[in-house]
Design a protein around this ligand. Sequence first.
Ligand code: HH2
Length: 284
Amino acid sequence: MTYDTIPARAYPAVRLDVGLPCIMGVLNTTPDSFSDGGLYLELGEAVEHALQMARDGATIIDIGGESTRPGSDPVALDDELRRTIPVVEQLAAAVPALISVDTTKAEVARRALDAGARLVNDVSALRFDPALTDLVAERGCPVCIMHMKGLPKTMQDDPVYHDVVDDVCAFLEERLHFAVSRGIAEDQIIVDPGIGFGKTAEHNLQLLRRLDRVAALGRPVLLGTSRKRFLGAVLGVGPRERVIGTVATTTMGVLLGAAILRVHDVRPNFEALRVTQAVLEAGP
Ligand code: HH2
């Protein structure tokens, strides 16, 4: 992925230009994330982990201060600000990667953008905080809109779809229209099927199998399968033992059109991506 810089404010807006697929490393500064909660609460630990992910091949670092794992409660604004903004400030200056903020709150996104974040990752697809839509439109930054059925607290309580692939694509299409109608440039929007957000293991597998349908929406696709529960359902192992399962999904994802791979284990996914690209580029 490359970015053209458009000079604007202190931290200029970047133009999304997805060529090659790339790796987004996950940095959760939360006590309770499902696979890495509590590991990066100290500023120094968070910064070192982000630097390591950049060395391992991540070109985007996604910083989140609120867990959205199944059953989780929302986090108070002050807590989310305290967990994220100092890390964004440090990383924007120190890490050779684009900083993304994983939040549904306009105030967190605003402060993160002011501190050097360049991309907003909103798992609510601009539904939870109306001010976030206006902020993204005004700043002109890239934004990821993700499908989620229900709220994190209850989303895994028997999710039902007519056809999960059709329903997710229709949702993303509607959200794309909404964002554009509110002044967000279409070429700054990333779409995400929301693996694990209000879906059974079977739904997640079906979505992954037909990720080409999401790519056919015409926007870069972000894929977030890393260490998730559906891999545990297939493999019968815990979150930290799902690295190889994750790599299988990111490799398939690239073949089906994914542009941004959101992962905890950067190195193995980066190596798999490089090899996949080498094969794809080997000839007709
Ligand atoms: N998944 C998680 C969080 N944010 N953002 C996007 N765009 N896509 C995803 O699939 C996605 C996301 C959940 O993973 P994680 O951050 O590791 O867990 P937690 O929510 O418990 O912090």
